[in-house]
Design a protein around this ligand. Structure first.
Ligand SMILES: Nc1nc2c(c(=O)[nH]1)N[C@H]1C(S)=C(S)[C@@H](COP(=O)(O)O)O[C@H]1N2
Ligand SMILES: [Mo]
Length: 299
């Protein structure tokens, strides 16, 4: 293995986080928009302050490693992430097993500071780095009849202690409509704070769809399939009444067992006031994708 990522925070991680924040301040001082891409605009416009490295990498959902928030950081260390390849198949012109290094050599990596809202009503702000999913799909050549994209997480029972329990059907699968997948906000993340993404966060490559509940952001992706049908998704298979295909963040549509109107900010402290949840998690630019749809029925 080329290098081994640690699961607990090291002095290096703290330094990386501090450098990253310093650099952002310097860039902002140079005129704000000096920072490349949407991330810079997001920070300039909304003043998003990212959660710490420690918070982002120690409070996780990755059920293949256990259902506790600290299980992924504790148990994901054995996941083999190199070599890695992604099978891209279905309705594409150039299907095949694409090596991650080969993919990365063709993609433009940028920073994206996104709000991240879990269906369990907590939220964080994460400084991802990654590339647009649209670029990956265009690399494979999407055929005209395709309407949806299906994703699959790696399944390695030997390295994933959580999969011996059937809390979900494995492998973890997710899906998007093609226009959602092609939206410029939708990225494949490869890093956090400019460092390689840790295993507990979905190394080496995970989906991030910031206007949807966190469970749509499938981790450690090994397969991407273009299809003309709405693909099955893990949480919907587990409980269709509670988890729909769309899973757009929506304060007006409560989970059957709790309210989605507000959220607890991770790192806010025990007595912090809950924050109002925003429709589409605040990413209003995606509203046009759902024009004319009843978002309560299509939850
Ligand atoms: N393969 C896989 N992907 C997954 C999950 C999972 O259990 N397995 N959990 C989802 C849920 S519920 C959330 S909230 C996010 C959490 O991402 P994070 O741990 O990086 O914050 O990952 C999502 N992707
Ligand atoms: Mo979640």
């Amino acid at each position: 293995m080329a290098h081994r990522w640690t699961n607990t925070m090291t002095a290096r991680d703290v330094t990386a986080e501090r450098h990253w924040l310093n650099r952002r301040q310097i860039m902002a001082g140079l005129g704000g928009l000096a920072v490349a891409g949407l991330a810079g605009r997001a920070q300039a416009a909304d003043g998003l302050t990212p959660n710490s490295w420690e918070e982002i990498t120690n409070y996780n959902n990755y059920y293949e490693f256990g259902t506790g928030k600290e299980d992924p950081a504790r148990y994901a260390g054995d996941l083999t992430i190199a070599p890695w390849s992604v099978q891209i198949d279905g309705m594409v012109d150039r299907p095949g097993a694409y090596g991650l290094d080969d993919i990365l050599s063709k993609m433009t990596i940028e920073e994206r500071i996104y709000r991240f809202r879990c269906v369990e009503a907590w939220s964080m702000v994460v400084p991802w780095s990654g590339f647009e999913l649209a670029d990956l799909l265009e690399m494979a050549g999407v055929q005209s009849g395709a309407t949806h994209v299906a994703f699959e997480t790696v399944l390695r029972p030997d390295e994933m202690p959580g999969v011996s329990r059937n809390v979900l059907e494995w492998p973890y699968v997710e899906g998007l409509r093609l226009d959602e997948a092609m939206h410029p906000l939708t990225i494949m993340a490869t890093g956090i704070y400019g460092r390689d993404i840790p295993r507990q966060n979905g190394a080496p490559l995970r989906l991030v769809v910031p206007w949807k509940y966190g469970y749509k952001s499938i981790k450690s992706v090994v397969r991407v399939t273009l299809t003309d049908k709405e693909p099955p998704t893990s949480w919907n298979k587990a409980n269709a009444r509670e988890y729909g295909f769309y899973s757009n963040v929506n304060p007006a549509v409560d989970h059957p067992r709790w309210s989605q109107a507000t959220e607890r900010e991770i790192g806010g402290g025990l007595f912090a006031k809950r924050k109002p949840t925003l429709v589409f998690n605040g990413y209003d630019e995606v509203a046009s994708l759902y024009e004319g749809m009843d978002l309560t029925v299509n939850h």
